[in-house]
Design a protein around this ligand. Structure first.
Ligand code: FES
Length: 147
């Protein structure tokens, strides 16, 4: 009787150690699953009618580059007084494109994609046009919206 008690204790101890080891092993899996199901970061709210420039800052046949959430956006006012706005983030792998006014084209120096002045992809690996923004004009301001 006295000799079985230490064995039960040893067996119980080993069972608890094994259970603890198993629990610690699967804990990271639960963490990953919880992160997947309940992500901590929320998506940014869509931009709606955000004033980004004064009309006087972008006269006819000119452009202005602004930064929105650290990402560059180009606001362009054409000769026909048509105001457009594009993201300057290349749709290939996310480099910043540059506008070459003499060619009236956007160039990505990372892998050579070229976009026309309407943001349409002309050549290179970029799969889609530059992201356009909807533009709304008030008497004094230029407003942009996503989508
Ligand atoms: S990131 Fe612009 S072409 Fe690759």
């Amino acid at each position: 009787m006295a000799s079985s008690s230490p064995q039960k204790t040893r067996r119980g101890f080993l069972r608890e150690v094994l259970f603890g080891w198993f629990f610690l092993t699967i804990l990271p899996a639960f963490y990953v699953l919880a992160e997947y199901l309940y992500p901590r970061t929320k998506k940014d709210a869509a931009i709606t009618d955000l004033p980004i420039a004064k009309l006087t800052e972008v006269p006819l046949n000119s452009f202005k580059i602004i930064r929105l959430k650290k990402k560059p956006i180009m606001v362009m006012n054409s000769e026909q007084a048509q105001v457009k706005a594009f993201s300057l983030i290349c749709t290939h792998l996310g480099c910043v494109v540059e506008y070459r006014e003499e060619e009236q084209k956007f160039h990505c120096n990372c892998h050579g994609s070229v976009f026309d002045k309407d943001g349409k992809n002309l050549s290179g690996p970029a799969p889609t046009p530059l992201k356009p923004y909807r533009v709304k004009l008030t008497s004094t301001d230029i407003l942009i919206s996503e989508g």
